[in-house]
Ligand binder design. Structure first.
Ligand code: NAD
Length: 333
């Protein structure tokens, strides 16, 4: 199948290579001419060092590559997903499936990314979110990876399974799109917190607590918005949380480590060099949680550190000394 991958960062490039390996006719679109020229000239993506780009991978900065494609993968940072979908919409073939692989919540609208895409391309195109514990650096090196394909449209979710699956890349399918997308977006906030904790020199106990209670509040918001609780125990939930909070591949965690060591937030975000989704997600998730009336103390604390310059040590003390709670909210009711 002819497939266009829009966004030639680490993730778009790694997924383009999976699709190419599966025998598809793949074009990787870059946002700028310069970015496309670098890929052509170097024969690799500087964000995926040591992973050669085969000649058969078509490289372009011309969005008309979308024409004639049976599937279009959107792999830009979350803030650019809507504008990219809008630009691609008039070029889409009827019935082309859209695959959203970015992780975030849209600023201002608080929509998930597939919801934003649907607003731009209409409901004639099936839309699928592909998500899970998957560092581009590892997928690029063909390290076994397992993700989930989520769509309200079963045949589209299964079509995306078939497009991507091979002996190194396994894909499960689900209909819980909200659960998958919220898990993906919100774990980046927790990864920043895990990094801050590591950067401050706190230990495994603190990080495990942040991850566990972080997942609890992610699921609380997700369920309030219609996601299924089990999804947060799945690949796009705890799976992605583990990979993001424990790995040095995670730019969110690395950014957090810098902040925990005292680097001002804006400088830390800049130093990482690629998109730090957790930074944006902290503000967007906080807005969404307040809108829905769901308590998310760790996300709130992350916001105070990232946007209000509050000392992380003070924030941890505040979290530790909140009023006492039951671990399970329905205990003794
Ligand atoms: N890197 C990973 O391991 C990984 C894994 C899973 C999901 N993701 C998600 O995929 C998305 C992209 O991540 P990435 O790692 O490839 O990011 P990246 O920072 O490496 O690259 C993003 C790409 O988007 C392009 N871009 C920047 N501004 C743009 C704009 N205004 N319009 C269109 N394109 C624009 C950039 O030129 C770049 O090619 C993120 O939402 C991320 O959370 C990343």
């Amino acid at each position: 199948m002819k497939i266009a991958v829009l966004g030639s960062g680490g993730w778009g490039t790694a997924l383009a290579l999976v699709l190419l390996e599966n025998g598809h006719d793949v074009t990787l679109w870059s946002y700028t001419q310069e970015e496309s020229a670098v890929l052509k000239e170097k024969g690799e993506n500087p964000l995926l060092k040591g992973v050669p780009l085969p000649e058969s991978l078509k490289l372009t900065a011309d969005l008309s590559c979308v024409r004639g494609s049976g599937a279009v993968v959107l792999a830009t940072p979350s803030f650019a997903v809507r504008t990219t979908a809008r630009a691609a919409a008039p070029l889409l073939d009827p019935g082309a499936v859209l695959v959203s692989v970015s992780k975030g919540i849209e600023k201002d609208t608080s929509l998930t990314l597939t919801e934003a895409i649907e607003q731009e391309v209409g409901d004639a195109h099936p839309i699928v979110a592909l998500s899970g514990p998957s560092h581009a650096e590892e997928v690029g090196r063909r390290i076994p990876t397992v993700v989930v394909s989520a769509s309200k449209d079963r045949s589209a979710a299964e079509q995306v399974q078939d497009l991507f699956m091979n002996e190194r890349f396994r894909v499960y399918a689900t209909d819980d799109v909200v659960g998958v997308e919220l898990g993906a977006a919100l774990k980046n906030v927790i990864a920043l917190c895990a990094g801050i904790s590591d950067g401050m020199g706190y230990g495994d106990n603190t990080k495990a607590a942040l991850m566990t209670r972080g997942l609890t509040e992610i699921a609380r918001l997700g369920v309030a918005l219609g996601g299924r609780r089990e999804t947060f125990a799945g690949l796009s939930g705890v799976g992605d949380l583990i990979v993001t909070c424990t790995s040095m591949h995670s730019r969110n965690r690395r950014c957090g480590i810098l902040i925990g060591k005292g680097t001002p937030t804006e400088q830390a975000v800049k130093e990482i060099g690629a998109v730090v989704e957790g930074y944006y997600a902290a503000a967007n998730a906080r807005t969404l949680a307040r809108k829905v009336g769901v308590e998310m103390p760790i996300t709130e604390a992350a916001y105070q550190v990232l946007y209000e310059g509050k000392d992380p040590r003070r924030v941890i003390v505040d979290l530790m000394t909140r009023e006492r709670k039951h671990e399970l909210e329905d205990s003794w009711v």
